[in-house]
Design a protein around this ligand. Sequence first.
Ligand code: PMV
Length: 346
Amino acid sequence: KDHGIVQYTSPSNIALIKYWGKLENQIPANPSISFTLNACSTTTKIEYVKLGKKASDFSFDLYFEGLPKEEFKPKITTFFKRIITYMPFLLEYRLSIHTSNTFPHSSGIASSASGMSALALCLMEMERSFTKNMTDDYFDRKASFLSRLGSGSACRSINGPLVQWGKSNFIESSSDLYGIPFPYDVHPIFNNFHDTILLVDKGEKQVSSTVGHDLMHGHPFAANRFKQADDNLGKIIGVLESGNIKEFINIVESEALTLHAMMMTSNPYFILMKPNTLSIINAIWEFRETSKTHVCFTLDAGANVHVLYPENEKDKVFSFIKEKLVPFCQNGQYICDQIGQGAKKK
Ligand code: PMV
């Protein structure tokens, strides 16, 4: 084909068991599992035109929310260099990449998972248009594999509602190279599970996740942490099947705090939580105790808080969030999201 247009919308995801620490080539140091989100997503469109001859370098334009964006180009060039062995046809095309997010830019919501997976899916759609009989499984798996090379956690955004990534003896089909849809039955209590994302601090993170992952090399607690993540994966598999929500809360909150504990105990050490992050956590604990609901929190590598709760408690919990937690948000900003089904072709 000489030219064409491909377009995908891909969501963000929130890890229940956290990936923190990696080896060469974006191989995770421990397995992880995440909820795929729905509202927080990136839509990317690529217009491609065949060049007269194979180029020696990547040729592309990049537009973010309608405007040319030079700052994002180096990251994309690095990504292209990593994937060129798997997509050699890229050097034969000129690409015009148009991308936009549903969530506010610099909201402290990581756009790498949705952004890198949307880009990888567009490239896969190009490959599919030149390939006969590509199966959906192959498509998804390679899209996840490529996403991983853009940003580790991005490999968990292709499918939904739960995606597992990283080799573990608890899941035979697991792989370090790509994420897989959670292969077991999931209890209905997790249907339509809610994630209200409280934007506590929209500033640039002082420490990038790349640097954070690197600090797990030589970290005094690394070996124990990697083993704990795998043990927690084993436990959460049973919990997702049985619907044991108390145990779910225990694992998920412990994983979030352990992630931040790794940051506080690395060298150099750092703290990404803010005072309001802690105020929110304490308010959630107090409310859970008094209301007998099953609301819990998790954290990314930042100060924002993801508030998780089941569908049948949504009215009660959301009133609490609006009244007691939103006052801790920067400019009162929050995003209502829910567990989602994965990326979609546009
Ligand atoms: O995908 P990265 O390299 O930005 O790492 C993200 C790591 C966490 O979000 C903190 C945890 C996770 O598993 O998503």
